[in-house]
Design a protein around this ligand. Sequence first.
Ligand SMILES: *Cc1c(COP(=O)(O)O)cnc(C)c1O
Length: 371
Amino acid sequence: DMTCLKGFIMVRKFNFNPGPATLPYSVLEKAHSEFLDFQNSGMSLMEMSHRSKNFDAILENTKNNLRTILSVPEDYEIIFMGGGASTQFAMIPMNFLGADQTADYVNTGVWSTRAIKEGKLFGKVNIAASSEETKFDRIPTEFNFSENATYVHITTNNTIYGTQYKTFPNVGNVPLLADASSDFMSTKIDISKFSIMYAGAQKNAGPAGVTVIIIKKSMLDRVVDRPIPTMLKYSTHVSKNSLYNTPPVYPIYMVGLVAEWILEQGGIEKIQAMNEAKAKLVYDVMDEMGDYYHGTVQKDSRSLMNIPFRLSSEDLEKKFLAESAEKNLHGLKGHRDVGGIRASIYNAMPIEGVEALATFMKEFAAANPKA
Ligand SMILES: *Cc1c(COP(=O)(O)O)cnc(C)c1O
């Protein structure tokens, strides 16, 4: 239980939703405390110009903190846009895939499939690898990259299926572009391996409404010759520092607070260690209990962020969901494509929440022997 600022008691749920997802409580408190009067400005940030000094500082701080957290090299730009990760699915081929050119895509699930669909609108798509035949239960290990691909696109973490790359494919000199929506800032990665990394904020970086895009500046030299709407050009947002039009001011502020929180935790190494410890709690229960909790993912592809599993019957799964909800464990229903249970344990899920889940899983199994 938590005592809120107004003095009433709120029972804060452990929120395992896949996205929008739980945020650090201290971030919510900070936003709350600044909501009505932003830093003695006499107004809310909600009401403030995106060209104000206050927002200028937020934008710069947020970019700098993201740069620090991920060690983003100098020759990369960080931009913020609306439209979600899904708009990036279209913007990437619109900007970088000519009608006669080929882009390589790795298909690891629903989000990759959606990216592929948009790619095909603009040029040729080669599926360099896919795990569709095994119901997306793994990250492929063999890739058939094409001779002259203009880029390779991957999904670093597959939110629905619960798979995650542990190492990234070697693509040589071809730009590697990644949808990192559901594992952004969760582990230490080498950004210089990627030419574009983008993430809808609402999983690991903030609230819905903003997409963070980290783009190598030299990508702008590779833009294909076709009419592209101004708002859908990367160059527009890079050259105007995300201020060509009104950006999602409040979500960017929230991403900034989350970035500060990550630094307060000790940075990306500490976050990664926490994420590994949290995921281990759940995977250990699954592994120790035989097949009571049937993981749907090959062990070497297991995600630190999203953990799907099935029980022996749908009735038992319903009971699991009902009883977990009574214990304040919220949002554990699996995606309809996989069914069963999915625990999304992003950066902001406290270890206490995962401990409570692991304890519940053990107690539930003991009380409900497999038929
Ligand atoms: C949630 C999600 C998306 C979709 O993001 P929107 O911001 O809703 O467009 C895309 N890719 C991945 C990996 C996701 O988890």
